[in-house]
Design a binder for this molecule. Structure first.
Ligand code: SF4
Ligand code: SF4
Ligand code: SF4
Length: 285
């Protein structure tokens, strides 16, 4: 059986046995070329499920709206890190999720009505071809991790602080504050985001350089040590701000300083949520 057939068979089995209430996966989108999320509640609809190189979206965030129901979900290795992130932060329970893991070797760059045989940028430098958590495995991982972990941020690291500041000022000046980056992010699930708080007012609603910079840098710091590097925020940004350069630099620094990578181990204490009594902050000591 090919991956789509295996997913359909498993979804039917899970739904008919009432092991799960719903299976979240992918179906062909209306352009006939790409894939879109699909919620399957009955085995008679399971034949709509597909999996191929166009299944780019991370579906894990949908689990946040189904915390009290047992849900089956199709995940790629990078998405499986998002499951561990949410387990680690006690946002979902392991016994409420049935994970259909795909041993994918990368998904393609997609656009409306277009498909490409080129892998997405994040897939080209992926270190994560193995699922970190799953209940049922589809396929066999063939791709090897990229030789270098962070080639994409090298040129940014070589810039002087002034050059970096100028680069980000220009990038953030184009932000239209649509918050699509937040809405798609598995780590951005606060019931009230700081950017919408009025009391205290952290950042004004106006679209202007100072406010835009505050929004983007505060969000990046909220994701430091939590970002799983899925690149979803960058892909949905309508003005093409290269958010992954910021997120991945923070991910690299957290890895270097704390030997921690978010989403790899659901039980590992995250560095910014754990505190040791004898911890030294390195400030004014
Ligand atoms: S890459 Fe973007 S969307 Fe994905 S976890 Fe990190 S901040 Fe969130
Ligand atoms: S930016 Fe921060 S406050 Fe807003 S949703 Fe994301 S983590 Fe929560
Ligand atoms: S998706 Fe892009 S334009 Fe929209 S708020 Fe995020 S950074 Fe700004």
């Amino acid at each position: 059986m090919n991956p789509s057939e295996q997913i359909r068979a498993k979804a039917k089995e899970l739904l008919d046995s009432k092991t799960v209430d719903c299976v979240i996966g992918y179906e062909r989108s209306t352009d006939g070329k790409n894939a879109r999320p699909l919620f399957v509640y009955s085995s008679k609809d399971a034949d709509r499920l597909i999996f191929d190189q166009t299944c780019a979206q991370d579906l894990v965030r949908y689990l946040l709206n189904r915390k009290d129901k047992v849900t089956g979900i199709v995940v790629k290795p990078c998405d499986s890190r998002a499951i561990n992130l949410l387990l680690n932060e006690h946002q979902i329970q392991r016994d409420k999720v049935y994970i259909i893991g795909i041993a994918c070797s990368g998904v393609a760059k997609t656009d409306w009505n277009k498909t490409s045989d080129k892998l997405r940028d994040a897939c080209q430098i992926c270190q994560q071809h193995k699922l970190v958590v799953y209940d049922f495995l589809v396929g066999e991982a063939k791709a090897e991790p990229a030789a270098e972990a962070y080639p994409d941020i090298k040129s940014m690291e070589e810039k002087s602080p002034g050059e970096r500041r100028a680069f980000w000022e220009e990038q953030f000046s184009r932000c239209i504050r649509c918050y699509a980056c937040r809405q798609v992010c598995p780590g951005c699930y606060c019931s009230e985001c700081f950017v919408e708080r009025l009391d205290p007012l952290w950042v004004g609603i106006r679209i202007a350089p100072g406010e835009n910079e505050m929004w983007n840098t505060m969000r990046a710091f909220h994701l430091a040590g939590r970002c799983i590097g899925c690149n979803a925020c960058e892909l949905v940004c309508p003005v093409n701000i290269p958010l992954s350069l910021l997120n991945r630099k923070l991910e690299k620094d957290v890895q270097t300083l704390f030997k921690f990578q978010s989403g790899i181990d659901a039980d590992a204490p995250p560095p910014f949520a754990a505190f040791q009594k004898d911890e030294k902050l390195g400030v004014a000591e």
